[in-house]
Design a binder for this molecule. Structure first.
Ligand code: NAD
Ligand code: MLT
Length: 530
């Protein structure tokens, strides 16, 4: 029996997620491991599940020689060096929607708590005081909320704020005016416009080089006097010194913070201010969100380790999950076509053309183009090649991929044509999926048409089209102990030559091919294992 893959659950996730992993893998729960233990043992694992505390930097990823998948049970992946993982072919998958509602509700909770001094009043009362006059608050009703970052959580916050009769303005570099309108929100052209309009500003941006420190002294100076700022996204978005100055100077009336530049974050003076409400990164901490995140992440890790479709991978071409599901059966076909075309060519691969015909022409086929590249590169690089790192490895080698689409396809519902340019020439092969599972079939090679199921080992010959030639191949294969699984002669032989493609149980040695090529009438022969 083959060894079960090993998965490390490094941060607490829902029991249901751990149970799911235990069905298929050897699971170790290392939630109490310190950084040293993680560094010492990460090399033992094929998969790891984390939340936001574990920092998987390039150094740790380098040590993780067996690692094939990083599952991030939550949204932000800023604690993972995705580039380092991608270069190593490690899938990084998150649970992007699992905690959006929790984070949006927490944002509203913070906003209300800030306006009505809930924590301060609670602390006072718990301390034995009955101070009604000290805690006069402000209403959300009729105020303008500025949502910076109108993605999943920003949109949910806007919808809830509208429920409180707030007007909402939003800024997002990548959201259309129409989407803003659909949700009853006014999209504005710049953060500055949002600052000049909003009584409350809620941040829902990811942490990127562009967004770090977006709320700095200049931004605060552009805001309305008395603005209240809520951050339930990432701590690094706010320059805390500038916020402290804004609060001190009175331009900012209050701030509610769930996230901080370094976490844990316990001793900063801003936490002691009466105009600040803070929680220790609790945005996602609901039972429901943790259950969802744990289960989704466990499912993604399971898929990555068992050859399934990782629908939330952040470093595989961004294809929508439903498209990914539909295209998944064609991934092996494209890999095989790439490997075959490469194996039939001579010299370094330069350009790769992939033509998607028939129904595939309407699909977002980026993942299939990458699969062709993976097939071309497999077995020819130091590191294992997969759909994650194939584009990077191809780029490093100067391999250029172009894709074309054509909805007509004479004989097949879906047809993939791969043309690999290497040396002075180009090799063209084509294939399709057949049967209920779209099993990969080869339909064209060296200009001749076939219909035979792909196998791991193929031998292809061009020979003079005369009686007895196929028998001779069979005889020599028999003498060399090569078992032929299937064979097909090209259907559209032009001139006086023909092409035969054979699939075999085992790789065909070059010496076997050479023996056949010494026979009269055999012009070209190649063995390819894919
Ligand atoms: P998302 O990707 O759905 O939305 C982010 C939006 O920001 C996108 O629409 C994007 O177009 C926009 N954006 C990116 N860069 C921009 C820029 N420079 N200018 C303007 N707009 C830009 O993400 P999400 O799921 O809504 O998460 C939002 C944030 O909340 C993330 O930082 C995430 O890590 C954080 N988060 C925090 C908690 C928590 O516990 N506090 C929980 C979940 C998510
Ligand atoms: C997230 O990005 O999902 C949040 O920060 C919550 C978390 O990881 O716990």
């Amino acid at each position: 029996m083959s060894e079960r893959a090993k998965v490390l659950v490094k941060e607490p996730i829902a029991d249901a997620g751990v149970d799911l992993l235990r069905e298929r893998f050897e699971v170790e729960v290392g939630t109490d491991w310190d950084a040293g233990e993680l560094a010492g043992r990460i090399a033992d694992f094929d998969g790891i599940l984390i939340r936001s505390v574990t920092k998987l930097d390039a150094g740790l990823i380098e040590r993780a020689q067996r690692l094939r998948v990083i599952g991030r049970a939550g949204t932000g992946i800023d604690n993972v060096d995705v580039e380092a993982a991608t270069k190593r072919g490690i899938v990084v998958a998150n649970a992007p929607e699992a905690n959006s509602i929790a984070a949006a509700e927490h944002t509203l909770a913070l906003m209300l708590a800030l306006c009505r001094n809930v924590p301060q009043a609670h602390g006072s009362l718990a301390g034995g005081a009955w101070e009604r006059s000290s805690f006069k608050g402000a209403e959300l009703y009729g105020k303008t909320l500025g949502v910076l970052g109108f993605g999943r959580i920003g949109q949910l916050v806007a919808q809830r704020a509208i429920g409180f009769d707030m007007s909402v303005v939003g800024y997002d570099k990548f959201v259309t005016a129409e989407r803003f309108r659909e949700l009853g929100v006014e999209g504005v052209e710049s953060p500055e416009e949002l600052y000049s309009r909003a009584d409350f500003i809620s941040l829902h941006l990811p942490k990127t080089p562009e967004t770090v420190g977006i709320i700095d002294a200049a931004a605060i100076a552009a805001m309305r006097p008395g603005v209240r700022i809520v951050n339930c996204a990432r701590g690094e978005l706010i320059d805390l010194d500038a916020l402290g100055d804004g609060l001190e100077g009175g331009r900012v009336a209050g701030a509610a913070l769930d996230v901080f530049p370094e976490e844990p974050f316990t001793s900063h003076p801003i936490l002691r201010r009466s105009d600040v409400v803070a929680t220790p990164h609790l945005g996602a901490s609901t039972e429901e969100a943790q259950d969802r995140a744990g289960i989704v992440t466990a499912e993604q890790v399971t898929a990555a380790l068992s050859g399934g479709v990782v629908t939330t991978a952040v470093n595989i071409a961004a294809v929508r999950p439903e498209v990914m599901e539909a295209l998944a059966p064609f991934v092996p076909l494209c890999e095989k076509l790439g490997a075959l075309a490469q194996g039939l060519g001579d010299g370094a691969v330069g350009r790769v053309e992939v033509e998607f015909r028939g129904r595939l022409a309407d699909a977002d086929t980026r993942i299939l183009g990458i699969a062709v590249l993976a097939g071309i590169l497999k077995g020819h690089t130091e590191e294992a090649v997969n759909l994650v790192n194939a584009p990077h490895l191809a780029e490093q080698r100067g391999i250029e991929l172009t894709e074309t689409r054509e909805s007509s396809s004479e004989d097949f519902t879906e047809l993939v044509v791969v043309r690999v340019h290497s040396g002075d020439g180009a090799v063209e092969v084509a294939g399709t999926g057949a049967g209920p599972r779209n099993a990969p079939h080869l339909v064209r090679v060296w200009g001749d048409d076939f219909f035979l199921p792909f196998a791991d080992h193929l031998a292809i010959f061009r020979y003079a089209d005369q009686p007895g030639m196929i028998g001779r191949v069979g005889t020599i294969f028999g003498e060399e102990g090569v078992n032929i699984v299937s064979a097909a002669v090209g259907a559209e032989t032009e001139g006086d030559t023909a092409v035969i493609t054979l699939t075999t149980d085992n790789p065909v040695n070059q010496s076997t091919i050479d023996r056949i090529l010494e026979l009269d009438g055999f012009a070209v022969g190649r063995a390819v294992s894919i």
